[in-house]
Design a protein around this ligand. Structure first.
Ligand SMILES: [Zn+2]
Length: 191
């Protein structure tokens, strides 16, 4: 008897069968057999296996949550130009916090019930626009923001509102904040 297909294989089969058609995230998840981590599998197909599955941020005519595979041609296994050291340095500099939406590594994932936030490297100037893989052009981005799963990037809170929020918070929450600030400012690089 054949082995059951992995969710990644199911997702790939569905993309290949629908080449040139725009797929919605819910269709992809359904095709995967309901995998919770379908977005991660899509990312692996793209980054590790070289399938050119386009998310909306790479194609102006796609909406968030839409993906498109136009060609079965695969790019050579993606060059992993970003070294472990660079990654660690960038994460440290950004305080292990998504620079788009503000969630921190290990926070509960706002889009997934029992997952925690994972951070990845995002480019400040996109590679398609000439950005490179230097630490200066990299920032910590959560996987949701990286996949364009969150529609909007939150505006930075201004000082008055931020302070007002903190003053209204419970003493326990203020202590958590203080601890975080102290840890954060102990790090060597502050922007
Ligand atoms: Zn984020």
């Amino acid at each position: 008897m054949a082995r059951p297909k992995s969710s990644k294989q199911l997702i790939l089969d569905n993309f290949l069968a629908n080449r040139g058609k725009i797929l919605e995230s819910r269709d992809i998840q359904a095709a995967s057999g309901g995998a919770v981590e379908w977005a991660r599998r899509v990312r692996e197909l793209r980054n590790e296996e070289g399938y050119q599955i386009l998310p909306h941020k790479d194609r102006a005519d796609l909406k968030p949550n839409q993906y498109l595979l136009e060609t079965t041609k695969r790019t050579p296994a993606l060059k992993r130009n970003i070294s472990k050291e660079t990654r660690a340095w960038v994460l440290e500099r950004n305080g292990y916090t998504c620079q788009m939406c503000g969630v921190a590594a290990g926070d509960p994932d706002p889009l997934g019930s029992d997952r925690t936030v994972r951070l990845t490297m995002g480019h400040i100037i996109d590679k398609s626009k000439g950005g490179d893989d230097t630490p200066q052009n990299l920032r910590a981005i959560c996987t949701n923001c990286n996949e364009g799963l969150q529609n909007t990037s939150l505006p930075k809170p201004d000082q008055i509102h931020l302070l007002a929020q903190v003053r209204r918070a419970t003493i326990d929450d203020q202590k958590v904040l203080l601890k975080w600030l102290l840890q954060n400012f102990k790090r060597t690089v502050v922007e």
